[in-house]
Write a protein that binds this ligand. Sequence first.
Ligand code: ATP
Ligand code: MG
Length: 363
Amino acid sequence: MSLSKVIAIANQKGGVGKTTTAINLSCALGILEQNVLLIDADPQANATSGLGIITKNIEFSTVNIFQDDANLDRCILDTHSPNLKIIPGSIKLAEIEINVKNPNLNRLKTALDVLKNKFDFIIIDCSPSLGYLTLNSFVAADSIIIPVQCEFYALDGLRKLLSTIKSVRKSFNINLTIEGILMTMYDNRLNHNSHIINELKTHFEDLIFKTIIKRNVSLSEAPSFGTSVFDYKMNSEGSTNYLNLSREIMKNQTSSKQKSLGKKIPQILKDTEETILLDPSVKERNLENYKTFSLKDKNFDKLIGCTKKEVIVQLGLVYNDLHSDIWMYHITDKVSLIKKNYLYIYFDKNKVNLIKLRRFKYS
Ligand SMILES: Nc1ncnc2c1ncn2[C@@H]1O[C@H](COP(=O)(O)OP(=O)(O)OP(=O)(O)O)[C@@H](O)[C@H]1O
Ligand SMILES: [Mg+2]
């Protein structure tokens, strides 16, 4: 069985955080040493521009997939983020969505079957519609992430989305699962946000990701600088949230998982609650490094003068960029659980020349 996984990020409701999730989840998985391909399947091409790619200069894009281009390698572009490539979107996708000449719901799947073995994860950013492009994504996907904004109308449209998924499962893709419902833009200052989460939990039980994406200004600012939140502000809550989400997804990948839907919504997974069985040995090594570590365990001054390689041996690369000269680690301090401690390591000519411990209150 192939180890790669295709995940579509979809909700026909607009502005719920699909693209923010597609960009930052893809980058986070890449930072955690997974090979990732992001496919921008939205004519708005926000995932493409959000990663700093100027859309008007693009020659080859997701459009080529839908035109049965045999040479898809030329559509795959590098990004500035580690281990992340992208097939960019284009406004021309709108034409395909509205005016498709030879409709074929297997078109994207056929293309991805060829590319799949080169990547650990393929993430598809869907448009806010349940049209031809999104249906193609559902047929190609192994699972779907449904971002849902924490607001009163959160359940709006979910029934339609779930019954569409059910139909696709029945007719085209019996293996399609729901990776999870992702609560986005959560604001813990607003009482109704936690009410909404509780309500969704009664409907969907364990289908909801443990990771909740909080409302975070860095997440909304990063795209205008053409970067993910990790390049924009590594030590933001948004970075932490999306790293946690990617760890949760990697963990799900290594453990068998059964998911079911609550009673009030069509029980689309009930008939075949298949498990995702993957060889755990291959991915498990990655997860080990990402535990936080205790202040007591290490005397960080010893790191002064160490090379990047020596620091990696002692602390792991964790989520740092090998090419950056400032690395950051999240460390635990049992004395003060309400504070976050960060170890900053500054390099000069590949050697550690400064170490700082910083502490932030949880917001
Ligand atoms: N967690 C967050 N905190 C703050 N702002 C956010 C967060 N998530 C998304 N946003 C902002 O909300 C807006 C909508 O997000 P995004 O573009 O990701 O939604 P979308 O579902 O892809 O929209 P569309 O349906 O148009 O494709 C954007 O301005 C984005 O920057
Ligand atoms: Mg979008």
